[in-house]
Design a protein. Structure first.
Lengths: 269, 267
């Protein structure tokens, strides 16, 4: 057990170490504050503001969309569907299968969808694709969290004359809140770090998008493209980009922990 | 005083009590297992009715048929009828939410809602349409006083309910139930998780409340039933063995099984 823990800690440490050591020299304020300028691919000037903002827009949009679809699904599975109902079983099976589908398949599916709808690679197409990618993760994680809510708590609310919907929104969501938040975060983390699903659908752009229909850059793709160049300076910038992505995820999960710690005092154990 | 209307006839139990709930030929199955076998009985209005019997005899199941929590469990089937104020709550068009509003529930372990003390009591009234802060303040104070919790919590109404001791939580659950203005209080072994002092406070509350509410108490503690009950229902293996006024059942039980249970030969 200690060995396994150490191995994981070491792996994490070496990944973070590599990113920091290789990325730090290329880190600068320009990196986070400017969009790429003339010959960025040659590693001269500017930053990756386009990719940072692009990733934030894309992840923010798709996380919100996925939340709007996943929470009702999870509440339905636990409070409305009868236990052992074939529908609930089928939905859970479908979500589990979709969880395992590689993200490049979502990318291809999103691409087909995009063509069928007559859209170009854009922020919107990217958001839709990433939403599809993270729904199974979010819905299934929420399903697990909500199934942990004590039955007696649901009964307490019902016996006060609350409807199932009131019970779901006012009691179950509150009780499960810290867990629901981490479900959202796990999904957002997957969304922000995924490159393959946005490869065909979000496009890439040196500019910050001004509308949903503009193509948009993302951090994982920026890293992918930067690493792909033959120039060492640009490759170094890839590590800096990776560092920014890591810090972003750290901030995301740190703030979520903070919020859920503040909330946990209300939770009935 | 309200006068019983003509369409809700109340038959008499004995000479002084009138019926609040009557159960007719009630059968409950969990899947293939039968939990209750054709129960017929009446529960008196504004009195404490104790449902006693050994564990697993169907006490809690019977209690949960009254507010239809029993049919939230998978694979349960209920036949027969339960009339509350003369209205069959198992009728096809029965309004379950309205029926549940008539009854407050206290469970074995208190389950405060995941919110503040104030919001716990205000939960029911808010749902049922009292949004006004002033009215809510008055309601919260009234029912916390009625469950004798007010003095202990009046300065920390907005703290999470989970900070209270378990005995205080149970009284909070009582206040929460009372705040929806029910007619009936269903209590499922409400003191089983509490220490003797906290249990005693709950029992005192029940005695004080029985003039205005019909209280149905499931208990496996015979002494508690003796202390509190006006009317007693004895169940054994899902069958109703005996029911009647507490003094009659305890002093001169008609059935040998009841006698054995009261004497402690079976448990």
């Amino acid at each position: 057990m200690i060995g396994a823990t150490l191995l994981i800690a070491l792996t994490l440490l070496s990944i973070v170490g590599t990113i920091v050591i290789k990325g730090l020299p290329a880190m600068s304020l320009d990196m986070v504050l400017k969009t790429p300028r003339g010959g960025f691919y040659l590693g001269k000037e500017g930053g990756i503001l386009n990719a940072i903002l692009g990733s934030l827009f894309l992840t923010g949009g798709s996380t919100l969309l996925a939340l709007g679809l996943s929470l009702p699904v999870a509440l339905y599975l636990n409070l409305y569907a009868r236990k052992g109902s074939p529908t609930a079983h089928l939905v859970r099976l479908a979500l589990d299968l979709l969880w395992g589908v590689p993200s490049i398949v979502y990318g291809a599916f999103g691409f087909t969808l995009m063509i069928a709808m007559g859209m170009k690679a854009s922020l919107l197409a990217g958001i839709i694709t990433v939403t599809l990618l993270i729904i199974p993760i979010m819905a299934r994680a929420m399903d697990e969290v909500i199934s942990m809510v004590p039955t007696e708590l649901v009964e307490a609310s019902l016996s006060l004359g609350a409807t199932r919907l009131e019970t779901a929104l006012r009691v179950v969501v509150r009780q499960a809140f810290p867990g629901l938040l981490s479900a959202v975060l796990i999904a957002a983390g997957r969304g922000v770090g995924d490159a393959a699903s946005v490869l065909f659908t979000a496009g890439f752009s040196d500019a910050v998008p001004s509308s949903l229909l503009d193509p948009v850059a993302t951090l994982p793709l920026a890293i992918f493209f930067q690493l792909g160049t033959p120039f060492p300076e640009v490759q170094q910038r890839a590590y800096a980009s990776a560092m920014i992505l890591t810090i972003l995820i750290l901030l995301l999960s740190g703030s979520a922990r903070w919020i859920s710690r503040r909330w946990i005092r209300h939770v009935v154990k | 005083m309200d006068i019983p209307s003509l369409d809700t006839p109340r038959c008499e139990i004995g000479d002084t009590m009138s019926t609040h709930i009557s159960v007719e030929n009630l059968n409950v199955h969990y899947g293939k297992a039968q939990a209750l076998h054709s129960i017929n009985m009446e529960i008196p209005d504004r009195a404490i009715t104790a449902i006693i019997g050994p564990s697993g005899c169907g006490k809690s199941t019977l209690l949960r048929t009254f507010n239809r929590l029993v049919d939230t469990v998978e694979g349960t089937s209920v036949s027969g009828s339960v009339l509350v104020d003369g209205e069959d709550i198992y009728a096809r068009n029965a309004d379950v939410t309205r029926i549940r509003r008539k009854m407050g529930l206290l469970s074995q372990r208190p389950f405060p809602l995941p919110m503040s003390i104030y919001d716990n009591v205000a939960y029911g009234p808010r749902i049922h349409g009292t949004p006004n802060r002033k009215d809510l303040d008055a309601i919260v104070e009234k029912y916390l006083k009625m469950s004798s919790l007010w003095e202990e919590v009046k300065d920390r109404l907005h703290e999470p309910a989970t900070r209270l001791s378990i005995g205080q939580q149970q009284r909070l659950c009582l206040a929460r139930g009372l705040a929806v203005e029910p007619e009936i209080i269903l209590a499922d072994e409400p003191t089983s998780a509490l220490d003797p002092v906290a249990s005693q406070r709950i029992e005192q509350r029940f005695k004080a409340l029985k003039d205005s509410y019909t209280i149905i108490l499931v208990t496996h503690i015979l002494r508690q039933a003796r202390r509190l009950a006006d009317y007693v229902i004895f169940l054994y293996m899902g069958e109703l063995i005996e029911h009647g006024k507490a003094e009659d059942v305890f002093s001169s039980p008609k059935e040998p099984l009841t006698r054995d249970y009261i004497m402690g030969t079976i448990s």
